[in-house]
Design a protein around this ligand. Structure first.
Ligand SMILES: [Zn+2]
Length: 790
């Protein structure tokens, strides 16, 4: 058998790749084996898993398709002049524009190692020359004018320039940019420190100093590369700076409070960047407290702050336990990538499968969900519902240069080696060339359509029979696993590190056959998603997509799932339609849905099949999508949810009254008027029996209805854009006046029962705005206007 194909990319995938890249790119001309530039200083802590150099591992299934697309449609197409513009003509177009070139150098170098694309290598070489030409006499390589130095994001840019250039030096062997790296690092060492006359690094940038102090990661790398002791001293200074009164207290807070949302200002991207640096520092010097703090951070994020897709932030911050709004600038891609890096670091250092489990989860869901399927664009915030905000521009988009780094790192951890043998972390078709600790060379050739098919065949190639362990990650989501070696079933007893280790004499042609039963799973929503369901298939989070609803449902809002049990969903995978076939195994998933607005009756609601799609592929063509789907029709469902809310006139505060979140509210009015209203109109009519008005907030100068002249009333439209008719009053509304809120508080609910179920096109609550202590003003407020079928 041939386990070392000359061309690592089989023909069947070449056809797909051909669609993704221009015909004249030279990506298949692989370089001769790359020998990485060695470090001058050994690590104090040996890695449990040795990660794989990307030229040794080529994936050709779904994951491989995304990796190829990242290189061919994004990294090689980047305009280097755009990356360098802020360096050539300081200051750049905005304050953190300097970060992009270093992030690109990091991703593009890894991608070039993987593909050998000569065009990308040429671009890398010229970018490195041009970037280092921009370095100033004193070593400064940021985009700020001299007078504005070290005020915000220029240490941060030096960090990325160091990361990018060190990666380039490591894999190309071209040492030319090393002096530029040393001069950057020397400038930092000479400028910042706790000795008299030096600047405070905490003050050199944003987010409680976490942005500038995240330069820890490349300073540790540069210390190991050069052996220069002052770079290690600078790392130690950063750990001291974190614990100074104005620092982020990263390690001490994690060790004592065990919560990432209490660290610094809770900014997720900068904090995870610091933690990745802390792990590089731990690897370098072996300080056990830094590892302990990072493991605490990881556990806290997994237990309390991780969205089901692997996103870890909203509004770019870590928040309180289980505080997971679906839409609130959720899922910054920079956070997704630094979370991936954090797991990859922990996997290398500890060799525990739980980190590989998180890697598969974040790659197949949030990371792929943020990458446009053809690799050409990325989303900044990739939320649990809405539309994917794909963009190709770097302007104002930190995430656009982060996403490609995450994809480019995948070949490093998909398979690895450890002291006992080889480790399989991700399952995708392709080939890995690995070396055991004693330098025995072997190959793993994987054939599978996972996660579209449950069967995975891994064939070993090696010159001579040899005893070692093959460690397999058994996915935690899978209830039914079988593993066979050459047709013989293996007992499934994972070791303490989570891997199934098969220790035996191996020889060329031995075949491991895994079956991970792919099944649908439902997750019943809690906290902010109570009353909703999310559906998984194997490792994949699924979403409803407006382009897959069929004719029965005009939009995503109109559908619900019929029940919480799988039987009610009648789940069935099927091949994706042609226009959604982003790779040969692409699937969609038929489930039963019901009309969310159907009024409950004795008869079960009519079911209509729709198709769900992996979150990774959802919304790729610009359609809207939704992960958390409401269950049942009528009773539980606010029929006005996400419909168009309006007020009778302008007001100072403009929140939503249809987001089921009383924390956001709308005010209406400024000067006194006879009447004001808050209203919602519907795309399609629904049957309503009860209307609920939730008060917004009571201020000293207004924010409520004055009930002295008339009680607030509920009006509805029974035809589209028809006349408004009064159907009831807010009977329990307190006896307020123009000047007194009579104890009314924000968030208080008032119910109006309609005399009979009524088909409505619109509903509004009408009242007179109150003035409070300022008779010149009058305004009212509304947090939510809701309607229910029963
Ligand atoms: Zn970002």
């Amino acid at each position: 058998m041939n386990t070392t194909p000359e061309n690592p990319v089989p023909r069947k995938i070449s056809a797909i790749i051909g669609l993704l890249i221009a015909a004249n790119t030279s990506w298949v001309s692989l370089p001769a084996a790359i020998v990485p530039t060695p470090d001058n200083v050994a690590c104090a802590v040996a890695d449990h898993q040795a990660f794989t150099q990307p030229d040794q591992l080529h994936l050709t299934g779904w994951i491989g398709t995304r990796i190829v697309a990242n290189e061919a449609n994004r990294l090689v197409k980047i305009d280097v002049n755009r990356l360098l513009e802020g360096y050539r003509k300081r200051p750049g177009r905005q304050s953190w524009d300097g970060e992009h070139v270093g992030k690109w150098l990091h991703a593009a170098t890894l991608a070039w190692v993987n593909t050998g694309d000569a065009a990308l290598r040429a671009k890398l070489d010229s970018a490195v020359v041009e970037l280092t030409k921009c370095q100033l006499e004193d070593g400064y390589l940021g985009t700020y004018l001299e007078k504005d130095r070290w005020t915000e994001w220029d240490v941060w840019a030096h960090k990325y320039n160091l990361i990018g250039l060190i990666t380039y030096i490591r894999y190309t062997g071209n040492m030319a940019p090393l002096p530029a790296c040393r001069r950057m690092a020397d400038l930092l060492c000479n400028t910042f420190g706790d000795e008299p006359g030096k600047r405070d690094l905490n003050k050199a940038g944003s987010h409680a100093g976490m942005a500038p102090t995240s330069v820890l990661e490349p300073m540790a790398l540069l210390y190991r590369l050069t052996g220069e002791p002052r770079y290690l001293d600078f790392c130690k200074y950063i750990l001291r700076a974190w614990e100074r009164p104005n620092g982020a207290h990263i390690i001490s807070t994690l060790l004592t409070q065990k919560r990432v949302d209490k660290v610094g200002n809770a900014k997720a991207y900068e904090m995870l960047s610091c933690l990745n640096g802390a792990l590089e520092y731990y690897r370098t010097v072996g300080d056990p407290k830094t590892l302990e703090a990072c493991l605490i951070a990881w556990q806290d994020i997994v237990d309390h702050r991780l969205y089901i897709t692997g996103a870890a932030s909203y509004g770019e911050l870590f928040h309180d336990d289980f505080d997971f709004p679906n839409v609130a600038d959720v899922g910054e891609t920079c956070v997704t990538v630094t979370w991936l890096q954090f797991n990859a670091q922990l996997l290398r250092l500890t060799g525990e499968a739980r980190f590989a489990e998180q890697l598969e989860h974040v790659v197949l869901n949030q990371l792929f969900g943020a990458q446009k399927c053809d690799g050409s664009g990325w989303g900044y915030y990739v939320q649990m519902e809405g539309r994917k905000p794909y963009s190709s521009s770097l302007d104002g988009h930190c995430c656009l240069s982060s996403g490609p780094r995450g994809i480019a790192l995948i070949p490093t951890f998909a398979a690895s080696t450890d002291a006992a043998g080889v480790v399989v972390n991700l399952y995708d078709s392709g080939t890995a060339k690995l070396n055991l600790e004693d330098h025995t060379a072997l190959t793993l050739t994987t054939e599978t359509r996972y996660p579209a098919d449950e069967l995975i065949k891994i064939t070993l190639g090696l010159a001579m029979k040899k005893t070692f362990a093959v460690k397999l990650r058994l996915p935690a989501w899978c209830k039914e696993i079988s593993v066979q070696v050459n047709g013989q079933a293996e007992p499934l007893n994972p070791a303490a590190n989570g891997y199934l280790a098969i220790q035996r004499p191996w020889q060329a042609g031995d075949q491991i056959q895994l079956r991970f039963k792919l099944e649908p799973r439902v997750v019943v929503g809690d906290h902010m998603n109570s009353g909703k369901l999310a559906v998984f298939y194997g490792p994949l989070v699924l979403a409803a997509d407006a382009c897959l609803l069929g004719n029965q449902f005009p939009n995503l809002k109109s559908m619900a799932l019929p029940g919480v049990d799988l039987a009610a969903l009648a789940f069935k995978p099927e091949p994706a339609p042609d226009h959604l076939r982003t790779w040969p195994g692409a699937q969609v998933f038929q489930v039963n849905a019901i009309d969310r607005w159907a009024f409950p009756s004795n008869a079960a609601p009519a079911v209509h099949p729709i198709r769900l799609i992996p979150f990774a592929d959802a919304g790729n063509g610009g359609s809207s999508y939704k992960i958390w789907l409401p269950v049942g029709s009528g009773q539980l469902t606010n029929l006005l949810y996400e419909e168009a809310g309006k007020r009778s006139r302008w007001g100072r505060l403009a929140g939503s009254i249809t987001d089921d979140d009383p924390g956001t509210f709308l005010t209406c009015g400024y000067t006194p008027a006879d009447e004001d209203w808050f209203q919602v109109t519907l795309e399609a009519p629904c049957l309503v029996r009860r209307v609920i008005f939730i008060n917004g907030r009571t201020f000293h100068d207004g924010g409520w209805f004055d009930a002295s002249a008339f009680r607030p009333r509920v009006e509805v439209q029974t035809t589209r854009e028809g006349k408004w008719k009064t159907v009831g009053l807010l009977r329990d509304y307190p006896a307020t006046t123009a000047t007194s809120a009579a104890g009314l508080k924000g968030g208080e609910r008032f119910v109006c029962e309609l005399p009979a179920a009524t088909k409505i096109f619109g509903v509004r609550v009408v009242g007179r705005s109150a003035s409070g202590d300022n008779p010149k003003l009058a305004f009212s407020s509304c947090a939510e206007l809701q309607a229910f079928g029963d």
